[in-house]
Design a protein around this ligand. Structure first.
Ligand SMILES: CSC[C@H]1O[C@H](OP(=O)(O)O)[C@H](O)[C@@H]1O
Length: 249
């Protein structure tokens, strides 16, 4: 099974399949199931769940319960670099996070687990996603995803600091990527660069700009997702499938 986690502006372009509510020990998750693809909208289909209130554990656990092994997460981000232009893509190869109140592990009682995060995103899926974008001549960069708590956008001063440490900024990439690895699932992120971050942009940040850019990118996003869900993945030979092997005390 393949899992697709949709972010801002994606429900309107990807919403198809049988709607199901999946009960997990961390709460409920609403998904759409279409053949062997599970679609989950992290903000809810109506986009009424803000980034800091998303039940990330219920979402990832629900995908695991449904037999998902590989996840493509779609994230909207702000660019921290002039050369990373709105309307292009970023495939993160690392992250740093400044979130505050999120449940960020499945292992907070009973087993003590220290999962390795040297390669947070699945190396196999990153290579596949890069190939898909290259074959389509879609502009993309690899880089570091900086995760903030939200729901506010960042200040100019925060971005002045973040741009020395990362390439794009978002509010939802963490803890999804860690939770997926804790359940030995492969996770890759396709970041839609929707705007320049605060202070780099010449204008104030607006949700309108984010949604307008997503609209412009939607055809490319659809084509990438379509190619991904139809990719012949074969066996998993990555670090993700045995992530717990040397992580439990
Ligand atoms: C409306 S911009 C802020 C909003 O968009 C991004 O969501 P997602 O990563 O799910 O596409 C960002 O993380 C914020 O939640």
């Amino acid at each position: 099974m393949i899992g697709i986690i949709g972010g801002t502006g994606i429900a309107s372009i990807l919403g198809k399949g049988e709607e199901r509510i999946i009960e997990t020990k961390y709460g409920k998750a609403k998904v759409l199931i279409d053949d062997d693809v599970v679609l989950l909208f992290r903000h809810g289909i109506e986009h009424n769940v803000p980034p800091h209130r998303i039940n990330y554990r219920a979402n990832i656990y629900a995908l695991k319960q449904l037999g998902v092994e590989r996840i493509l997460a779609i994230n909207s981000v702000g660019s921290l670099k002039e050369e990373i232009k709105p309307g292009t893509f970023v495939i993160p190869n690392d992250f740093i996070e400044f979130t505050k109140f999120r449940e960020s592990t499945f292992y907070d009682e009973g087993k003590v687990v220290h999962i390795d995060m040297t390669e947070p995103y699945c190396p196999e899926l990153r290579e596949i996603l890069k190939k898909i974008l290259e074959n389509k001549n879609y502009d993309y960069h690899e880089g570091v995803y900086v995760c903030t708590e939200g729901p506010r956008f960042e200040t100019k001063r925060e971005i002045k600091i973040f741009k020395n440490w990362g390439d794009v900024v978002g509010m939802t990439g963490y803890p999804e990527v860690v939770l997926a690895r804790e359940l030995e699932m492969c996770y890759v992120s396709l970041c839609n660069v929707t705007n320049y971050a605060a202070g780099i942009s010449k204008n104030v940040l607006t949700v309108d700009e984010v949604l307008e850019t997503i609209k412009i990118m939607e055809d490319k996003i659809l084509k990438i997702v379509d190619e991904f869900i139809n990719y012949d993945f074969g066996e998993r030979n990555c670090i993700c499938k045995d992530a717990l092997k040397h992580a439990v005390i």
